[in-house]
Ligand binder design. Structure first.
Ligand SMILES: [Zn+2]
Length: 316
């Protein structure tokens, strides 16, 4: 096994420990928070408090999934990682179009120019200004993941350019890829495009697919060999079927190496330290209890430790 890249440096994969595979730890005041005030996660003290609860439950690594120019603050990420002794993986790449103004550089720059920006985040260090302006001042703290996102519509021409830049970066640096889907839509189209562009599907995680209730679609996706990330166990209403568990029951026995879990709790209203609920500790308390209730606890090591360690590792 190789290594995973945290904001404090590279760590051998076997030391990843329990990993929360999709979270939002820092969201600084930014274009996304203008439209969604509850996305704001920038109070280091509150963030450390929330994370220390997770740490006490055994969590050692968290994948933060806010990519370039959408609220990253690398210096705060570093401070939080040091204070909580939790490994933080921070991504480069870009998020959904709606989180950027219409005039954004993501539309102006070529795939090659985007590749250069992403590679520099991974190999040199993340810009202290998060690519907000013309001056770039790189920190020594590197990105360990690259992210892209697709929405409700079929993959667009613009998104194809982003895919190309992400794959170029992945092939150049060995960085693992994580994607956003809207409610699990177009996950197969994403996987097909990555495959066509030559990405290593062993290091691709497609997020939020547990929002999709079509079992055939899930089987087709898993048979492509990609990995998925489930994070909606806490979102299903009490009086409806919890499809996250239903999918885990159906799919874990067949594809035990391809599933990771997180919460994607990107709103401060989900955080106890911001007076919200259920709190990030839900993942290692209520959710794990739910696994036990369904006799799925034998898969704990796979979905929390072995799979993230294998998937989020750099491939050279
Ligand atoms: Zn997310």
């Amino acid at each position: 096994m190789g290594f995973f890249r945290t904001v404090l440096g590279d760590i051998p994969s076997e030391k990843m420990g329990i990993c929360d595979s999709h979270e939002h730890i820092v969201i600084e005041e930014s274009y996304p928070t203008l439209g969604n005030a509850d996305f704001l996660l920038n109070d280091v003290e509150k963030i450390c408090l929330e994370l220390s609860e997770l740490k006490a439950l055994g969590c050692q690594t968290i994948v933060d999934t806010m990519p370039a120019n959408a609220g990253r603050n690398i210096l705060k990420s570093v401070e939080i990682s040091k204070k909580t002794a939790i490994n933080l993986i921070v991504p480069t790449g870009v998020h959904l179009e709606k989180y950027y103004p219409k005039s954004h550089w993501r539309y102006q720059y070529s795939a090659e120019q985007l590749t250069d920006l992403f590679v520099a985040d991974i190999e040199t260090g993340i810009d202290k200004f998060d690519y907000n302006g013309p001056i770039v001042e790189r920190s020594e703290h590197k990105a360990g993941l690259i992210k892209l996102a697709t929405g409700d519509e079929l993959i667009t021409k613009h998104q194809e350019k982003i895919f190309q830049a992400v794959v170029n970066t992945h092939l150049k640096t060995g960085v693992p890829i994580l994607t956003h889907t809207n409610n699990g839509k177009h996950a197969i189209a994403q996987a097909e495009l990555f495959e066509k562009m030559g990405a290593n599907l062993n290091h691709l995680v497609i997020s939020h697919v547990d929002k999709n209730k079509d079992l055939t679609y899930h089987h087709d996706l898993m048979q492509m060999g990609v990995s998925v990330e489930y994070d909606s166990a806490f979102r299903w209403k009490k009086d409806e079927e919890n499809w996250t568990y239903t999918l885990l029951e159906q799919l874990l026995p067949l594809y035990p190496k391809q599933i990771t879990v997180g919460m994607d709790a990107a709103r401060n209203t989900y955080w106890k330290s911001y007076q919200g609920n259920p709190g990030l500790d839900y993942l290692l308390t209520t959710f794990v209890q739910g696994l036990k209730n369904r006799n799925l606890e034998t898969y704990f090591t796979k979905i929390f430790i072995e799979n993230p360690a294998r998937i989020f590792c750099f491939e050279h």
